[in-house]
Design a protein around this ligand. Sequence first.
Ligand code: PLP
Length: 439
Amino acid sequence: TPDTHADGELTRQLDRTHVFHSWSAQAGLDPFVIAGGLGSEVWDFDGQTFLDFASQLVNVNIGHGHPTVVAAIQEQAALLATVAPANGNLARGRAAQAIVAHAPAGMNKVFFTNGGADANENAIRLARLHTGRDKILSTYRSYHGNTGSAIVATGDWRRVPNEYARGHVHFFGPYLYRSEFWATSPEQETERALRHLERILQSEGPESVAAILLETVVGTAGVLVPPPGYLPGVRALADRYGIMLILDEVMAGFGRTGAWFAFDHFDVRPDLITFAKGVNSGYVPVGGVVLSDEIAATFDHRVFPGGLTYSGHPLAMASIVAALGAMESEGIVANAARIGTEVLAPGLAALADRHPLIGEVRGLGVFWALELVVDRGTREPVPAAVMGRLKGELMARHLLPFLAENRIHVVPPCVVTDDEVARALAIYDEALTVVEASL
Ligand code: PLP
């Protein structure tokens, strides 16, 4: 109707006049406007629907508008909409219990934060206080969030203009397609990446290192699934030198990889787990840190010097309880796993067979990347202009994509259906055909 079209125009006008956007030069921005959503689809003010194959910012694991989660937030708002963190709250206790139910034995406490960045911020603080050591090792090609230490732990370009925190050291993790170690097999990549990490530890002085912080599956920097043996090898190095292992499950956790936690695939036990995004699909901002009993005990008789007004906010807590409950009762994590192995893996492989632009397909669950190259032999990444054209072709066919550098990340909600994946694959196919023809 004309009214809803006018709302779309108003949204655009207010946005351009008053809203300052993340990670952008502000002039010339023209954000896509979303009016509503349900499941794996969103729609604009003109009633046009789009497949959300970005899950917004890879966080809407349970899909849009899940009625149980919406109702739980409404009920909690009517009961008690906010509470100071020092007070006890039933929703908070239940949320923590629901989270640790999926964690390894010996991890029983949760510190809640407002999102993923401050989850990593506090995990780093916990590791430093627990060990009495200072340095934090993390990888190039990682994203850990946009606050003091989290952004400096980050290994992509966003770290560089923000380097105010101290004590951060970076190393290369495994990435066989563009191996830093001249490796030609996953086994070689694992062996050499572990040797590189141990040399970095020895060169930094292992007794000065508080923690190794890793995304279990690197997300924004490329959906880099660690090769067999890598994460257990990192765990062994951490144990050898008395270093804490922090696994960042902010993007990979709660169903994205087809498991509750991504590390469930890799036979590794962290000391601290950071989470956000998928824990409640972002219906209310929240994140947190799951602590090993050993680290938690450090603060039994010693003050933990950290806190947040909204640590364990009741609306977020109610949404976590409802979201995790629905994920269990509706088999949503199992759906993500099945879609990954039965539908996305063969579907994306078939796409790669048809399109020389696709250099590599990698991923698991509903967490995939197509790496686009000018030439399969040289593996030279496609230029930004090609990615821009591709984005236009995908949007024109009503698919919201997640694009990063020379990659399409295929990251639908965990509730995505076979039919929706089939529609998306047809759209990727058409868009790639059009762009290839124009080269
Ligand atoms: N860690 C990872 C792996 C992420 O992908 C993100 C966000 O994309 C963060 C941390 C930061 O989370 P937030 O944006 O909620 O602060």
